[in-house]
Design a protein around this ligand. Structure first.
Ligand code: KG4
Ligand code: ZN
Length: 393
């Protein structure tokens, strides 16, 4: 079963062909992230325009392994291009999967309407997919099934690995606890099987990724701050800490499975001002200059420790409460090496799984996997973009 999958919920335009939910045949991603940097956050109109520009080239590229000749379609006439695309899908693809929400309405509409048109023109079934839930299915994709020579994006291939464990024991055991931790979501699910999901809790305010991004901006880093915080934190040496930075672990000991990260952001601001009297956070910071850089690295380390401590503790609480055998990490923040390291220590109690970093952040492979394992073909007339689609199932 080969699924052409499309993901356009935010600032990535992604298309992939996934076989049987586990084999990546092709995985293409175009991102407009850089264009938003100067605005300090994603500008929905800019993201939607970029989606429109990229959607057809990205889908065409994802089908490249199935074209008969080596020549790319992009140089041909529009008529020939659309005809060959249609023929290729009819011959080689079994279904279309598309993210319908949650996300930005302008971005979602581009992917949803394109997918519906493809389904209508080719007569293929179409499967609507929830973006947040799809993240966890990146754990079911297996890198060893990548078909050599047909793939276009080598960095995305090794995935579905068991953290801190032996390579020959990748199987997820149920019940499992799944932590989806991204820019907009921090959610915990109980997975009794690959189809049977129950939402257990989520953030009451900011998501963990949002906390990384907002505090990264306070420190003077640009958009997409989680990775910047990680690399600054890696440069920090605990022994060199000459000042006290004390950050809370919000709701870490609370008995619910909910999270809260907005207070942490405020605490970072307060501590920052204590260490830099008279200086606006992020304003005149020279990240690579002497003692300021040392201070920034210290803040990055402390922020990363606080966020990851809470994520590990809450997930562990859920795992113990529901007798989980496996823990699954997913979403952009699951790419964080410190988070992965902290979870890997729990490896003697649970099998801990996380996708390769490139499949933690937004991609279309996870959409194809989710469609196969937990999707339902739906009449294209009734599929619509749903920016506020609930993740509480
Ligand atoms: O899943 P994703 O690509 O998009 C959403 O669905 O939101 O997640 C993006 C989030 C951003 O907040 C980004 O800062 C965070 O993932 N992120 C990281 C790392 N890489 C991406 N956070 C911490 N450490 C990282 N290495
Ligand atoms: Zn995402």
């Amino acid at each position: 079963m080969k699924i052409l999958s499309i993901e356009t919920s935010c600032d990535e335009t992604a298309a992939a062909v996934v076989e049987d939910g586990v084999k990546i045949i092709c995985n293409i991603i175009a991102s407009s992230t850089k264009m938003h940097e100067k605005y300090g956050g994603i500008v929905p109109e800019v993201a939607a325009r970029e989606q429109l520009k990229c959607i057809i080239p990205v889908i065409t590229e994802s089908l490249q392994p199935f074209f008969q000749t080596n020549s790319t379609l992009l140089h041909r006439s529009v008529e020939l291009q659309s005809l060959r695309m249609k023929e290729t899908i009819i011959k080689s693809i079994d279904a279309i999967a598309v993210t319908v929400g949650p996300g930005l309405i302008g971005s979602l509409l581009v992917g949803v309407e394109t997918a519906k048109t493809i389904a209508f023109v080719t007569g293929k079934p179409i499967i609507p997919v929830n973006h947040v839930i799809a993240h966890m299915y990146a754990n079911l994709v297996d890198s060893s099934f990548v078909i050599p020579g047909l793939t276009r994006n080598p960095s995305s291939f090794s995935t579905g690995s068991r953290l801190g464990g032996r390579d020959d024991n990748r199987k997820i055991q149920f019940p499992a606890i799944s932590l989806v931790v991204s820019g907009g979501h921090t959610e915990l699910y109980l997975m009794k099987s690959s189809k049977d999901l129950t939402w257990l809790g989520g953030t009451l305010d900011d998501a963990a990724g949002e906390c990384f991004d907002k505090t990264a901006r306070l420190l003077g880093f640009g958009h997409g701050g989680g990775a910047s915080i990680q690399s600054a934190a890696e440069k920090f040496k605990v022994s060199s800490l000459k000042f006290k930075i004390s950050l809370p672990r919000p709701m870490m000991h609370d008995t619910t499975l909910n999270f809260s990260f907005s207070g942490l952001k405020t605490a970072v601001m307060r501590e920052w001002k204590k260490c830099h009297p008279g200086l606006d956070p992020g304003s005149s910071l020279k990240i690579d200059s002497g003692s300021t850089a040392g201070m920034t690295n210290a803040f990055a380390y402390k922020i990363q420790e606080a966020i990851t401590d809470v994520l590990v503790k809450k997930t562990l609480r859920a795992a113990n409460q529901f007798g989980a055998k496996s823990i699954l990490l997913s979403g952009g923040v699951a790419a964080n090496t410190r988070l992965r390291e902290k979870f890997s220590i729990l490896n003697s109690q649970f099998s801990i799984h996380a996708p390769d970093a490139a499949l933690c952040t937004d991609n279309a492979v996870m959409i194809g996997a989710a469609a196969l394992f937990n999707g339902t073909p739906t009449d294209w007339h009734s599929i619509t973009a749903q920016p506020d689609l609930s993740v509480e199932i």
